[in-house]
Design a protein around this ligand. Structure first.
Ligand SMILES: NC(=O)c1ccc[n+]([C@@H]2O[C@H](COP(=O)([O-])OP(=O)(O)OC[C@H]3O[C@@H](n4cnc5c(N)ncnc54)[C@H](OP(=O)(O)O)[C@@H]3O)[C@@H](O)[C@H]2O)c1
Length: 290
């Protein structure tokens, strides 16, 4: 039995489909009783619990030999923080997995995770990685670039609501986008003992500007336009939001990072470690999501 923590998220939902297709038994951990009921109605196993609560994890891990963690406290919907979820939640999961006698642990971190990264999220992911490296478990760390579906959903939502695809900054810097299905396939490969003891950056074949992504989404939508939030405005908004809402300060800070940092990545060389696994172009993933 595999415990899938984060199985209700953008990536986790796709991952659950892949585990089902692979015929692997799994149970989804969620804090949300409504989502748990929906999963059960769909014939899946779900356990209600919080990664911040070790007793919940002991219960959730009963009979499990493996854990996949795709949890995050970064998003505005999470109601939590990267420190509580991406660091402490993952550390709790590793400790609980050791106690439960599990063997395998696959952790979704992020590309660039380090102790000195400007984003708190990346520092928290790094701390979780360090705990996993010291564990008794057979581990794999998967470090995605930018998940395509996350940003397609953000831009797609503003396009549907107001006919405008919102682009952070000038939108002219290349960003590497990876499709959720590629990440899910890599996790299933890892559960089959691929990539054991390895931490791997995972990107997609395309480095696309945010303007390029917005243009694709406008085209797919059949109408709409692109609007830019200038970087200085974004920076001011992030600084202001930090005073009143740490959550929005964090999210806007992430938008600043996306707009200003070098987010490009050459994913091709690392693909040799993932023989036969999908390497999905942005256009293909968007078409499949329609
Ligand atoms: N999105 C990106 O561009 C990106 C880039 C690099 C790495 N990643 C990493 O990839 C993974 C998947 O990202 P995503 O965007 O799919 O995440 P997401 O949509 O934001 O989903 C977050 C998940 O975390 C779970 N969660 C949050 N707090 C929890 C807690 N205290 N206890 C248990 N579960 C908790 C949520 O479950 P419930 O709400 O149901 O409890 C949800 O399933 C994450 O680890 C993320 O950090 C994402």
């Amino acid at each position: 039995m595999i415990l899938l923590a984060g199985g209700t998220g953008t990536l986790g939902t796709v991952l659950a489909e892949h585990l089902q297709d692979a015929g692997l038994p799994f149970r989804v951990l969620t804090r949300d009783s409504r989502r748990a009921a929906e999963l059960r109605q769909a014939g899946l196993e779900a356990v209600i619990g919080d990664a911040g609560n070790p007793a919940d994890l002991t219960r959730a891990l009963s009979g499990c030999t493996a854990v996949v963690s795709a949890i995050s406290g970064f998003g505005p919907q999470s109601g939590s923080t990267p420190a509580a979820v991406d660091r402490d939640g993952n550390i709790n999961l590793v400790t609980a997995a050791e106690r439960a006698g599990a063997r395998r642990f696959v952790l979704f971190s992020m590309r660039g995770a380090s102790a000195s990264h400007p984003m708190e999220l990346a520092r928290m992911k790094f701390a979780a990685e360090q705990r996993l490296f010291r564990s008794t478990l057979a581990w794999t760390v998967l470090r995605p670039t930018t998940i395509l579906e996350t940003y397609a959903a953000i831009m797609g939502e503003s396009l549907r609501r107001g006919g405008v695809a919102v682009v952070f900054g000038r939108g002219d810097r290349p960003v590497n986008f990876v499709a959720a299905r590629d990440l899910a396939a890599a996790a299933v490969f890892a559960l089959d003992d691929g990539l054991k003891g390895q931490a791997v950056d995972l990107g997609g074949p395309d480095n696309l500007t945010l303007n390029g992504l917005a243009a694709l989404l406008v085209e797919r939508n059949g109408s709409g336009r692109t609007a830019h939030v200038p970087l200085p405005v974004l920076r001011t908004a992030a600084a202001g939001a930090r005073l009143f809402s740490p959550r929005w300060g964090r999210v806007l800070g992430g938008a600043v990072h996306l707009a200003a940092a070098d987010m490009s990545f050459d994913a091709a060389p690392g693909r040799a470690k993932l023989p036969g696994l999908p390497f999905t172009h942005v256009q293909t993933a968007l078409a499949a999501a329609a």
